[in-house]
Design a protein around this ligand. Structure first.
Ligand code: BES
Ligand code: MN
Ligand code: ZN
Length: 461
């Protein structure tokens, strides 16, 4: 979608926002007006929906051009700056316009997208913020493309190729380790999970050094992002029931979010050092699959007693979190579609966040609210460690009595065993893997939490 700040022609759909409107489109002397109802008491969350609804309604009547005034989206009750509002507008318009069309035949009159938006009443500073929002949304939408791609067309090898493509021409170094290289690094946790698949497992490393080499922000300690890159999760030998297996092509959504956050950071030339790590495997079944009861010696030296091959995400992340140590990171954030239990606990409106660092948690929650990548804290007391003590190995990869209770926390507390010498937060994005009805967003992947990660890196000191 093109965003511009000129006067629209007569062919644009003009948006009028008022709590007294009812949602309708009226045509008068050649000009179409969208009368859009907003709430009497607006909140930031409702604002996100309102902006997206503009696009949804325009698409509904095949309006290719839309015009509105910036001031119409300023609401008294919403305490954000004008540049923050600009960024939100720029982002939300494009998120609402998105559809995944790669596998659809082009209709005779083309796909139904809003081609051009005209925004009046913005100062040049706000215009810049709107365009920044537009750039952010571009990367979020590319994240959605990767996640939406069917499992057969999105193997670890292809994901690795896509990570290179994502940062082509940018100062990001991408290194892809294959199974041989991982074996020499003793990354047995990743290798074990991937062994049941004919597709070779990959470990994707993306490095961006945006700090001038002399400037010593905490001696340049980088932010490390870790993303779960399971390109298809069948459950392995603990095979998922069929209902639960569909959608598991999107089990690399953490990985795709990290890939395009890296691209965004480089595109915006942030003066930060940022590393992206994506362990990528297919969790499949064959004569070589890892088994329930297997004990794996992970890269850290600690052993993992596999009680359920479907709790594979935490197993591959264990090695990635160990690998992260080599960067002496200031903070590590991992992002993973880790547990169905997070969805059970929270519903589909927010991701779960786990960390022992209250300050980091507060910052991420606030950024979540501001970007729409909502997060809600769940507990990770050390007491929970009792239930992942192994009989044969150090830690079991699920509750050692196979209890269904507190599943999201057991995923998190397992990961915590592999954290050493750095601040860490774990974001379980399973609840936000796909959109829900009423969000004015295309079905399928959401691209969370690219916006939040980017803002976090921008603001982190
Ligand atoms: N990828 C799934 C979690 C998931 C489920 C993400 C639904 C998005 C939507 C993960 O690997 C998994 O299978 N988790 C198991 C853990 C269990 C075996 C302890 C689950 O949630 O059932
Ligand atoms: Mn699984
Ligand atoms: Zn999984």
């Amino acid at each position: 979608m093109k965003i511009n700040f000129k006067k629209p022609g007569k062919d644009a759909l003009v948006v009028n926002i008022n709590p007294k409107n009812k949602d309708e489109i009226v045509k008068e002397s050649g000009i179409k007006t969208l009368f859009l109802k907003c709430e009497e008491e607006m909140t930031l969350r409702k604002l996100f929906l309102l902006i997206r609804k503009i696009v949804a309604m325009a698409k509904g009547v095949k309006a290719e051009k839309v015009a509105f005034d910036f001031a119409d989206l300023k609401f008294k009750g919403i305490k954000i700056s004008e540049t923050e509002l600009g960024e939100i507008i720029g982002t939300q318009l494009d998120l609402a316009n998105y559809e995944f069309t790669d596998y659809k035949t082009l209709p005779k009159d083309g796909f139904n997208f809003v081609e051009e938006v005209f925004i009046s009443g913005a100062t040049s500073e706000i215009e810049k913020a709107i365009l920044k929002g537009h750039t952010i949304a571009g990367e979020v939408n590319k994240t959605r493309n990767l996640s939406n791609t069917p499992g057969g067309d999105m193997t670890p090898k292809i994901l690795a190729a896509k990570s290179k493509e994502a940062v082509k021409g940018m100062p990001v170094k991408v290194t892809v380790l294959g199974e041989k290289e991982m074996a020499s690094l003793k990354m047995n946790a990743i290798l074990s999970v991937g062994r049941g698949s004919d597709e070779e497992s990959k470990f994707i490393i993306m490095e961006y050094f945006g700090l001038p080499t002399q400037a010593g922000r905490k001696k340049g300690r980088p932010v490390v992002l870790v993303g779960k890159g399971v390109t298809f999760d069948s459950g392995g030998l603990n095979l998922k029931p069929s209902g639960a297996m569909s959608g598991m092509n999107m089990d690399m959504s953490g990985g795709s979010a990290v890939i395009h956050t890296m691209a965004l950071v480089a595109k915006m030339k942030l003066k930060k050092n940022v590393i992206g790590l994506i362990p990528s495997v297919e969790n499949f079944i064959s004569g070589k699959s890892y088994r329930p009861g297997d004990v794996i010696r992970s890269m850290s030296g600690k052993t993992i007693e596999v009680l359920n091959t479907d709790a594979e995400g935490r197993v591959i992340l264990a090695d990635a979190l160990t690998y992260a140590q080599k960067y002496n990171p200031s903070v590590v954030i991992d992002v993973a579609t880790l547990t169905g239990a997070a969805v059970v606990a929270l519903g589909e409106r927010m991701s779960a966040i786990f960390t022992d660092d209250d300050e980091l948690c507060l910052m991420l929650e606030k950024i979540g609210d501001l970007t729409g990548d909502y997060m809600w804290r769940l507990p990770m007391w050390e007491e929970y460690e009792n239930e992942i003590k192994g009989t044969l190995g150090d830690y079991t990869n699920i509750h050692n009595k196979d209890s269904r209770y507190g599943g999201a926390t057991y995923g998190a507390i397992f990961l915590k065993q592999f954290i050493k010498d750095y601040k860490w937060a774990h974001i379980d994005i399973a609840p936000r893997m796909t959109s829900m009805a009423g969000e004015y967003l295309a079905g399928g992947a959401l691209g969370t939490p690219v916006r939040a990660l980017f803002k976090f890196i921008e603001e982190e000191k």
